[in-house]
Design a protein. Sequence first.
Length: 373
Amino acid sequence: MTSLASFHHIQFVVSNALQASFWYCVHFGFERFAEKRASDYRQKEVAIRNGKIIFVFKCPLTPSVPELTDELAVHGDFVKDVAYGVDDIETVLAQVTAAGGTILKPLETLSDEHGSIRVATIASFQGDLVHTLIEDKESYAGIFLPGFTAVDDYPMSQRLGALTNIDYIDHVVENYAEHEAQPVADWYNQNLNLTRFWSIDDKQVNTGLSALKAQIVSNPSNSVQITLIEPVPTATKGRGQIQEYLDFHGGPGIQHVALNTHDIIAVVGELRHRGVEFLAIPDAYYDQLEVRLKKAGVNVEENLADVRKLQLLVDFDESGYLLQTFTKPVQDRPSLFFEIIQRHNFNGFGAGNFKALFEAVEEEQRRRGTLHE
Ligand SMILES: O=C(O)C(=O)Cc1ccc(O)cc1
Ligand SMILES: [Fe+2]
């Protein structure tokens, strides 16, 4: 069995690639660096990057691109493709075929004057999310993928300066309907050899208003981690955040992308300065946190006054801790958002933060008017 090797890039389908990519350049310090050559005048693709992280924005240019406009009409702007690097694409595809997975675009070699790359695209288990698999054995020397050419950065992001402390994609999270997450985990196991890394059930995560089940599947080196979440309907009359996502996104899909940093204090300070909005965490959380940390004898390197000011969440155990925070949804619909995470010898997912986090999300839902039916 072979598995995924790395997160390669994330492709969004949006109604306007120019504006969507600009938003990420200004707010998250990405630079526009490549654009697909106009092989098809009806659509456009723009690639932006921040360090190792690459996002691609694809949009229709005319009303007659049903493969884009049909899904856009359902989801609004959304993550269409989480693309993975693989070491041996033929073996992965043979595994997918044997497991009954769907190959949407069969193996092909993409080439230009800078070399070649082998790619194929498979369907995910459910919904419109797909996974492009990319094997780059020959160290392709072009700017991104064959067919893309370099472009100049936006003057605005040059003026704002690069935001260089964001390092790589830590994990992505996919939301599914009730009872669906386990079949998805089995699918990732059989098709892509991801195995269960961690899980949490609804009894541990229940605010009374919302509850969920989560599990993480990962590749053998844990460099690819995917959290699979499903809602657990609660007795109280509240629409949990996972159900809210499913209702507004229109089915299962990518809920958040977590970006790993080695300096969360600097990054979140700068993101806030650039206008990125984060979930609000009440002061009481920090009063309790200081007591809990002292009791557990955990030494947090960062200044706790900064942690409180930037409203970061902290989870910890005997051997380490993590700092994390979540943006508000990045489009009008309460669907996709981002996480900024820094780990100090801590591989968990901040389960100790779930209660504070869910209460903060419920506060946002209350504001949106989506918490109660
Ligand atoms: O599991 C993860 O990756 C988390 O970051 C925790 C989490 C779970 C559900 C949410 O709606 C938001 C955050
Ligand atoms: Fe996360």
